[in-house]
Write a protein of this length. Structure first.
Length: 201
């Protein structure tokens, strides 16, 4: 990096997503052996392919799935968040939300083989934790129970955790809302438009 340009000026989300697609396609054709980041992107693609009966092939899914792009963008943003490049992480998240309609906070922790089918309107809040092989459908919210608590952010009064934890193999169908710092046990299925909360709604 040279001159006075910030790291943000060197970043292009579209170029990143396109490069992931190229790298994955080439690697799948050559060998199943991949570096750790590429393998994670690949497992996300396979997870979505396994739950989307309309997908004609894994290659088409990699090329055309907007929700898959949102997950990949999150994974990049999360890496920057862990590196304390929070401004860049939030920028990636913002660009991804604009282009995909999916909002995943870069601080959230999401394990491998994560799939969002369709995706539009899906929100994953700041300190959400998601285990392996979790599937979300469109319009799902993993949110805080009391957003008005945000006014106390700088007083140190926020609870330690505000968003849910989803253990491995959880499925959340379209429009469901899971609110507050609750844990959804392994293998749970949340039906469409259900509201699950840490407090009475």
């Amino acid at each position: 990096m040279s001159g006075n340009k910030s790291i943000e000026e060197y970043f292009n989300l579209d170029e990143f997503i396109n490069q992931v697609k190229v790298d994955l396609t080439q690697q799948i054709e050559k060998s199943p052996i991949m570096d750790s980041n590429l393998a994670t992107y690949y497992r996300d693609a396979v997870a979505l392919f396994e739950v989307d009966p309309s997908a004609t092939s894994l290659g088409d899914l990699i090329d055309y799935s907007v929700s898959l792009e949102a997950v990949w963008a999150y994974r990049l943003a999360h890496q920057y968040w862990k590196m304390d490049e929070k401004h860049l992480a939030l920028k990636i998240s913002y660009l991804s939300k604009k282009s995909t309609g999916v909002e995943i906070h870069p601080r959230a922790v999401i394990d491998e083989s994560f799939a969002i089918d369709h995706g539009s309107g899906t929100v994953v809040g700041e300190d959400t934790v998601i285990g392996k092989n979790v599937v979300l459908y469109q319009g799902v919210t993993l949110g805080a129970r009391r957003p008005h608590d945000a006014k106390n952010r700088y007083k140190g009064d926020l609870p330690e955790k505000r968003h849910p934890t989803l253990e491995d193999d959880v499925v959340v169908y379209a429009g469901a809302k899971i609110l507050g710092p609750i844990t959804i046990p392994k293998g749970t299925i949340i039906g469409a438009n259900k509201v699950v909360s840490s407090l009475p709604v």
